[in-house]
Design a protein around this ligand. Structure first.
Ligand SMILES: [Zn+2]
Length: 296
């Protein structure tokens, strides 16, 4: 389990929003984790995703499934125990720790919005749903995550490893928020695809930021001085690296098409993603300039 049971995570601000399960593809400008969801879903064909949603004990409208639009905060998310037990709460609690972390590293840091997607919800970047996977929408500075995606990660990587893989995904999306508010996205506009494109460099930097956060996450403390999270074990790091490799463009192409086409890469190869996650983890944020090297 990733969180210290006694940690106070009640200050989390994640909103739950959605209703219905209509699928649509997110539009332009969206910066997601990659096509991992395609891979995961193809690996779990036949799973009834709707059954994985919710599972709370409350009776409020925001907990109902398929009962029209929902709006509200994540339920029962006050302690590290809640975060360890509920994927909804874990995502919200990781966001809380990420905001603490980034406020220490970026002057004038402004928190992104974060929406826990219940089924599907419309955004300025298109519809957010489990079919699209987690993404950051620059125009409304909001991270969109459907927690059912994390259930898939758990199944793919196992309970313990899955917890850290979840942290990696949320931290990666926050990395895009940092790139947005610090001007990196504007400075290096998306200029096509391929292993050395700005788009791939942007994704690899978000991986590096995620690695740096994970290396430091156990030092972030709640208002009582209790560390929110436990330091990752070597086994968890190894699994997070596997998760990074699984979302590499070459791996996804090999799985779905049987060949790889580097020129079409948007997120980087498995080796690139592992390398930059590990760079952030070992050396910290100062070594995350993926735009400064000839070959990222
Ligand atoms: Zn991304």
């Amino acid at each position: 389990m990733t969180f210290n049971p006694d940690a106070d995570v009640s200050d989390n601000k994640v909103q739950r929003r959605g209703g219905g399960r209509t699928a649509a593809i997110a539009g332009g400008g969206v910066v997601g984790l990659g096509a991992v969801v395609v891979l995961l879903i193809s690996a779990f064909t036949g799973v009834d995703l709707t059954g994985l949603l919710g599972g709370g004990t409350g009776t409020s409208q925001s907990q109902q499934q398929g009962a029209g639009p929902t709006e509200g905060s994540v339920q029962s998310c006050n302690t590290g125990t809640d975060a360890n037990n509920s994927v909804d709460c874990r995502v919200a609690a990781v966001s809380l720790v990420l905001n603490d972390y980034w406020s220490q590293h970026v002057q004038g840091y402004a928190e992104p919005g974060q929406v826990s997607v219940d089924g599907a919800t419309s955004t300025p970047c298109g519809t957010a749903s489990n079919d699209v996977g987690p993404f950051y929408c620059p125009s409304d500075q909001t991270v969109y995550i459907d927690p059912t995606f994390f259930q898939l990660l758990h199944q793919q990587f196992g309970a313990e490893a899955g917890d850290l893989a979840q942290v990696y995904v949320v931290a990666h999306e926050y990395g895009h928020h940092i790139q947005n508010i610090t001007g990196t996205m504007e400075k290096y506009p998306n200029n096509g695809t391929g292993p050395t494109s700005n788009g791939v460099r942007t994704e690899l930097q978000a991986d590096c930021y995620a690695g740096a956060f994970i290396a430091d996450m156990a030092s972030q403390k709640d208002k009582n001085g209790v560390a929110y999270m436990k330091a990752p074990t070597d086994a968890q790091i190894s699994d997070a690296l596997d998760a990074a490799a699984a979302v590499g463009d070459d791996h996804i192409q090999q799985q779905s098409a049987g060949y790889t086409n580097p020129e079409s890469w948007t997120h980087g190869s498995s080796d690139q993603r592992k390398k930059w996650f590990a760079t952030g983890y070992k050396y910290g944020l100062g070594k995350c300039d993926t735009f400064a090297v000839a070959t990222p």
